[in-house]
Design a protein around this ligand. Structure first.
Ligand code: NDP
Length: 440
């Protein structure tokens, strides 16, 4: 007789009652919300529901934001001691912690990532980042950077959609700690938590103009990059746009930092603890739907364990729960946008066309929204597009090797150099000169 007991998961949906989304947003300039002139919709990628209308900043708005940032820099922020600046950062960190649930729900609605990740990773890390840099604000002179550390002035900051609030924290917290003021543009598909952060700046009574947030698309980003009133550009996003920015700032006195793409390798040697490695592989590529610049998107397996690893990996992938990002049981949420889904599909189709074998975890994908099942490709050669180009989705490319040197050579055969992993019992394998990664 069949057991009547079911061990299925019951849905555990997070409530969205904690957030209130306005039907339309403006920009945050000089400490105030100002109305935008043009707007575009922002949607929930899991349902395609329009959440709100986001303002598109043109020249006048970017100009106003840069002027407000300059005024705040000259009149207030650059004159303030590090200790005083630190107090504001501590206050922002505390408010982020206090409003963490609101931020987590809003992030998940706007981005499509599982609530478990926004609740346990994005928002706590964003608060921690402000706490960390609050502690630095009064210590920069003693950090071994020389005695006359000085800010750049006004920083233009352009961020992507994969970790919206966390990327904002990575940009704004250190800039403010070091005495800069900022004009930040979030990605067009994920502006809502940046706009809620603007409210936090008001709540923390941050002096007007120290943080300015203008929303918009790539054209707004370009206006920031090319604005003569900006002293420093900080950008995270695609390699293509990074190149455009590098070209634009090269003939100017602006400083620039660029954090671009990756195609990281996870090398698994025959002596690795396989079950642990499987967890590492799964986290490496399926965390945050694979929308991670340092995702372990290439798996490089020693040939004699390839079959065992792939068997175990497929079993583990079959347990990944794909679906409603607001459900606390969900492991893999929605792809952030239709454009990104099309890009993942196009690159995966190139894998099929070039002769690789596709395997996707059996799962029921929702009918609305943007979804892609966790997928691996085997039978890949190093020249395949899916072995070379960043897919930025839940797709893993698997290659094999026989000798350690072959494994290392394959791992290094990429123009990217953001991160890498080695799984082995032997310390000598991690540190041996023959096995060092060439991270140029
Ligand atoms: P982009 O590089 O296009 O976007 C990143 C940010 O730059 C966004 O705020 C974007 O605005 C803005 N932007 C776009 N064009 C310009 C421009 N000409 N001048 C200044 N700013 C600009 O990345 P996407 O969001 O389109 O993602 C595409 C790919 O980028 C991904 O598939 C992935 O490979 C990579 N990526 C890497 C990330 C990383 O962490 N290293 C993060 C995200 C993406 P808008 O959003 O309005 O277009």
């Amino acid at each position: 007789m069949e057991s009547p007991v079911s061990f299925d998961y019951a849905p555990a949906p997070e409530s969205r009652a904690v957030v209130s989304i306005k039907p339309k947003y403006g920009h945050f300039i000089g400490g105030k919300f100002v109305a935008g002139s043009k707007h575009f919709p922002t949607i929930n990628p899991a349902t395609e529901e329009v959440l709100s209308q986001i303002a598109l900043a043109g020249k006048a708005e970017v100009d106003a934001a840069v002027k407000a940032a300059r005024k705040a820099y000259t009149a207030t922020w650059s004159k303030m001691s590090g200790k005083e600046r630190g107090k504001y950062l501590f206050r922002i960190a505390r408010i982020l912690q206090e409003r963490a649930r609101e931020f987590a729900v809003l992030e998940t609605l706007d981005n499509g990532k599982p609530i478990r990740e926004s609740r346990d990773v994005d928002i706590p890390l964003a608060a921690a980042h402000f706490f960390y840099h609050a502690g630095w604000a009064d210590k920069l002179e003693f950090a071994g950077l020389g005695t006359s550390t000085k800010p750049h002035g006004v920083a233009g900051q352009i961020i992507p959609w994969n970790f919206p609030l966390l990327m904002l924290a990575w940009k704004i917290a250190p800039a403010l700690a070091a005495g800069n003021t900022v004009v930040l543009k979030p990605a067009e598909s994920t502006s809502l938590t940046a706009l809620l952060f603007a409210e936090v700046c008001q709540q923390a009574e941050l002096p007007a103009g120290v943080v300015n947030i203008v929303t918009g698309d790539g054209s707004t980003g370009a206006l920031i990059v090319n604005h003569p009133g900006i002293d420093k550009i900080a950008f995270t996003g695609s390699t293509e746009v990074g190149k455009i920015i590098a070209r634009a700032v090269a003939p100017t006195p602006k400083s620039v930092t660029l954090e671009l793409g990756g195609k990281a390798a996870n090398i698994i040697f025959e002596d690795a603890a396989i079950d642990e490695a499987i967890e590492g592989i799964v986290n490496g590529i399926f965390f945050n739907q694979g929308h991670v610049c340092c995702a372990g998107s290439r798996l490089i397996l020693q040939e004699n364990i390839a079959e065992e690893v792939l068997d175990k990996l497929k079993k583990r992938m079959s347990k990944i729960r794909v679906g409603d990002p607001m459900d606390k049981n969900t492991d893999l949420g929605a792809i952030n946008s239709k454009e990104q889904l099309l890009k993942i599909r196009e690159l995966s189709a190139s894998g099929d066309a070039e002769g690789a074998q596709r395997w996707s975890a059996p799962c029921e994908l929702p009918t609305k929204g943007f979804w892609f099942a966790p997928t691996i490709f085997t039978g890949i050669t190093q020249s395949h597009r899916i072995a070379r180009e960043e897919i930025f989705g839940p797709v893993l490319s698997v290659l094999t090797f026989r000798t350690p040197q072959e494994g290392i050579d394959k791992a290094n055969n990429t123009p990217f150099g953001l991160s890498a992993g080695i799984w082995s019992e032997k310390g000598s394998r991690f540190f041996g000169p023959a096995n060092s990664f060439a991270l140029e």
